[in-house]
Design a binder for this molecule. Structure first.
Ligand code: FAD
Length: 117
């Protein structure tokens, strides 16, 4: 468990950035394998997340609201929704999920597997 609030917040910002950017790049029409990969990634991310109290709360969130992996927009909206649940717990303002569209650009070029990364 990280005892330092500044470090915990920095970890959280970095983690949310990775999560939202991953959802923003998820295929529009994922294969079954891609859906399973995202679902596993989110669950494993929760299991290994280094802030214990955060991981515990997020585990409860995942049990109630499993990752939505049917499409990019479903994944992105789900990510925004669960981040808002954490915002609520921490008494932070709610993010307008209609604005999620352009908020997470990874700068990785064409939206195409060959140029990813
Ligand atoms: P953050 O919440 O880190 O958000 C970063 C930026 O993302 C914001 O500035 C905004 O631009 C954008 N944003 C905000 N809301 C949304 C949204 N809904 N969708 C998309 N983008 C958004 N901290 C704790 O103290 N206790 C916990 O239990 C806890 N649980 C966490 C669980 C997870 C899975 C993660 C990843 C983090 C958790 N954190 C927890 C950390 C916490 O969520 C914040 O990251 C941290 O407090 C820093 O907050 P912040 O105000 O800088 O913005």
């Amino acid at each position: 468990k990280l005892g330092n609030e500044t470090a915990k917040a920095e970890l959280g910002r970095a983690a949310w950035k990775v999560l939202h950017t991953t959802f923003a790049r998820f295929p529009e029409q994922p294969s079954e394998d891609e859906k399973e990969a995202l679902r596993s990634f989110v669950h494993l991310f929760q299991r290994v997340y280094p802030c214990g109290e955060c991981a515990e709360h997020f585990g409860q969130v995942l049990a109630k609201y499993p990752p939505q992996v049917s499409s990019r927009s479903a994944a992105a909206m789900w990510g925004c929704f669960v981040h808002n649940l954490v915002n609520k717990k921490l008494k932070k303002p709610e993010f307008d999920c209609e604005k999620i569209g352009d908020a997470y650009d990874c700068g990785c070029g064409e939206d195409d597997k060959d140029t990813k990364g």
